[in-house]
Design a binder for this molecule. Structure first.
Ligand SMILES: Nc1ncnc2c1ncn2[C@@H]1O[C@H](COP(=O)(O)OP(=O)(O)O)[C@@H](O)[C@H]1O
Ligand SMILES: [Mg+2]
Length: 356
């Protein structure tokens, strides 16, 4: 074992699940997160309660850890770069830089030969109107930075949707207008790249979103082998281009002919990979810990088909019902207040084998 203490920037449920996986492999974990008693800290050895860009906290984290990782993509790039001067940081901070801005992200994907929606940068209401004209009035307007769970977005379905005031309504910040992709389904692929460049890819999940938030991931996705292979090959290209170490989640739209359009990259473990903890021997969380700790990657094959359902807000009340069902793994995040839209936990139901 080359690393003994792992630092995790961010204190949410992804950090919690990473800390649990790290603990099982005898690693200690330290969480950097401003909110005390956060979900991740409940499973970690220690929390440094400070802002992600607090210089003193970063120095303390670097001095206390053998390797540092992160559980969300909006870690300040400067903070990651400062850490990287004195401790290995995986995935590489360049992955953060690429993923934090939807325009940088799409330009990078296109450079890797991976198609995305067409797009225009929108920095004013006039830019928006010109961009919509180019897309015949249809498109998805998004903040370039900090968007998640469908927040900071507005959809234009046709030229009848008036763009009046839309630039200001999204906060007057830099935006992107993407062409509206006529997808038949959405999939994601969770892949890991180890220290030596070896890649392990889980089978693609088919994702259904509700109000912009992931609702379910179903495995296997109803796609052809060729589409699944295209998703894997896109992941491999992208991971190699970033000289990546760790787990990445890549979201795609599937077009009616099976072709793929990449939507976004998450340089971290991903909600649509939570099913791996129930249906694979090595979950995405353990896989990420293995990758950043220079351990051999686990086999990404699954032993069961399954469906993962997020428990959002009041869905937490359905936990007793889920617990009484067979073949269901329930995972809760230790959040006390169930606000609407807040991810409280998830459940993965294994589909039982047909017995001959
Ligand atoms: N260009 C697009 N065309 C059609 N639908 C889109 C487009 N962009 C986003 N969507 C829909 O909105 C959802 C959320 O968008 P996404 O870019 O993934 O934002 P977030 O970062 O909030 O997850 C997507 O999963 C998809 O259902
Ligand atoms: Mg998304």
């Amino acid at each position: 074992m080359t690393s003994r203490t792992i630092g995790i920037i961010g204190g949410g449920q992804l950090g919690r699940m990473l800390a649990a996986a790290a603990g099982r492999l005898n690693f200690r974990t330290i969480i950097l997160e401003p909110q005390a008693d956060c979900p991740a800290a409940q499973f970690a050895n220690r929390q440094i309660v400070a802002a992600y860009d607090d210089r003193q906290a970063l120095a303390e984290l670097a001095a206390s850890c053998d390797v540092v990782t992160y559980e969300f993509e909006n870690v300040p790039v400067d903070a990651a770069a400062i850490l990287a001067l004195s401790v290995p940081v995986y995935p590489p901070p360049t992955a953060l830089e690429v993923a934090q801005d939807r325009i940088t992200e799409k330009a990078f994907l296109n450079r890797c030969g991976i198609p995305t929606a067409r797009y225009h940068a929108v920095d004013s209401q006039a830019d928006l109107e010109a961009a919509l004209t180019d897309f015949a009035g249809a498109g998805v307007l998004k903040t370039r930075r900090m968007g998640y769970d469908g927040k900071g977005q507005r959809v234009f379905r046709s030229a009848e949707d008036s763009p009046g005031g839309a630039f200001a309504a999204l906060g007057g910040v830099p935006l992107i207008l993407e062409s509206l992709v006529p997808f038949t389904r959405e999939i994601s692929v969770i892949a890991a790249r180890g220290m030596g460049g070896k890649v392990a890819c889980y089978d693609p999940a088919e994702n259904v979103h509700c109000d912009g938030i992931l609702d379910t991931s179903t495995i296997p996705a109803a796609i052809s082998d060729a589409t699944a292979e295209a998703a894997r090959s896109a992941a491999e290209k992208l991971l190699a281009a970033l000289d990546y170490v760790g787990v990445v989640g890549i979201e795609f739209f599937v077009l009616p002919d099976g072709d793929l359009v990449a939507n976004e990259i998450a340089p971290r473990v991903h909600n649509s990979g939570h099913w791996t903890e129930a249906a694979c021997v090595v979950s995405q969380f353990e896989q990420h810990i293995r990758a950043i700790a220079a351990l051999p990657l686990g086999d990404p094959a699954r032993h069961s088909d399954c469906i993962m359902t997020n428990l959002i807000g009041d869905d937490i009340d359905s936990v007793p019902a889920w617990l009484s069902r067979p073949n269901v793994l329930v995972h809760l995040y230790g959040k006390t207040e169930a606000r609407p839209g807040r991810k409280m936990g998830h459940v993965t139901e294994l589909k039982s084998e047909e017995k001959p």
